[in-house]
Design a protein around this ligand. Structure first.
Ligand code: RRO
Length: 304
């Protein structure tokens, strides 16, 4: 295995760094652009059974140290997305993880079955959108729902299934455990943090959807805490996500227990070059600190 190679439930990633779902992941051209930026895998935006237009504008607001979005799950629906995937897959040349959402647990299995015959590498189950109630907080904060979503997905595919959990819950690690017991192959920690902004001249919420998801550096400590807690609780791999924008952030997430990381909002701020900066910084850090591989960093901060 190479210095930067990590196996995530059979999926080999080199480097174990990908884009976060929702950032540049619907059109085949953008999936190819991400693949060429040095990532080890590419993640799509979340796809559901039917097409959705998403929320009216404004859907994104800048916040101190981050972005607040209320996109509202815009997506072409799985049938149209299948066409996009068929075009993109031969050109991507990296493992492709498809993010899936549903309004009921059965819908996850239905979406996966529609594309499982294509050479996608695995699936990420989105049960954590913080502002579309039925597919977010309502679905992803109840242990019984998490169990059913994972079981439906696992029954639909032999490929690895990761579940992206919400930080907007009181027992993050407990829900990660439920996902593991239901058969999930990994946990993605975390989705955005439920938040809002108010226009003081208009005297009303800025986002048309009132609430949105906060991402970027503002949420990094929250994400790191979730990864750390999950590492103490589950044995399956954890994919760290939330405010990672530099190689030092990346080192922190691997040390907290992430076996792989995702970068989202930092792409909007720094462009796709952010991936090469992170990889180069990680390589120097390993060299200077005498680590033979990135795998040695995983969970390093838990040594007692
Ligand atoms: O589309 C969105 O509004 C959205 C989703 Br699906 C999600 O999972 N997280 C987020 O911050 N926004």
């Amino acid at each position: 295995m190479g210095k930067f190679e990590v196996a995530l439930s059979g999926m080999r990633l080199e480097p174990p760094i990908m884009n976060a779902s929702g950032v540049l992941g619907l059109a085949s051209s953008s999936l190819v652009m991400v693949a060429e930026a040095g990532v080890g895998a590419v993640v799509t935006k979340s796809i559901g059974l039917e097409p959705r237009a998403g929320n009216p504008n404004p859907t994104v607001v800048e916040a101190p140290c981050g972005l607040l979005n209320s996109m509202g799950l815009p997506n072409p629906g799985v049938e149209n997305f299948r066409v996009e995937l068929e075009e993109a897959l031969p050109r991507i040349g990296k493992p492709l993880i498809v993010s899936v959402f549903g309004f009921r647990p059965e819908e996850y299995g239905k979406v996966i079955r529609r594309i499982d015959d294509l050479p996608v590498a695995g699936f990420e189950l989105n049960v954590s959108c913080p502002h579309v109630g039925e597919v977010g907080t309502e679905l992803g904060s109840k242990p019984e729902n998490i169990r059913r979503v994972v079981e439906e997905a696992k029954a639909a595919t032999e490929k690895p299934v990761f579940i992206k959990l919400s930080p907007n819950v009181s027992d993050f690690a407990g829900l990660a455990k439920v996902a593991e017991e239901a058969g999930a192959d990994g946990i993605t920690a975390i989705n955005t943090v439920r938040a809002m902004a108010i226009d003081i001249e208009a005297g009303r919420p800025i986002l048309a959807g009132v609430f949105g998801g906060l991402s970027g550096p503002a949420i990094k400590p929250v994400a790191l805490r979730c990864v750390y807690e999950a590492y103490e609780t589950v044995g399956i791999p954890i994919i760290g996500c939330g405010g990672i924008s530099s190689w030092t952030d990346a080192v922190e997430f691997f040390m907290a227990g992430a076996s792989a990381i995702q970068v989202g909002t930092a792409i909007a701020y720094h462009g796709l070059e952010v991936f090469r900066h992170i990889i180069e910084g990680l390589a120097s850090y390993l060299e200077e600190h005498g680590f033979k591989s990135l795998r040695e960093l995983v969970g390093f901060a838990h040594r007692r």
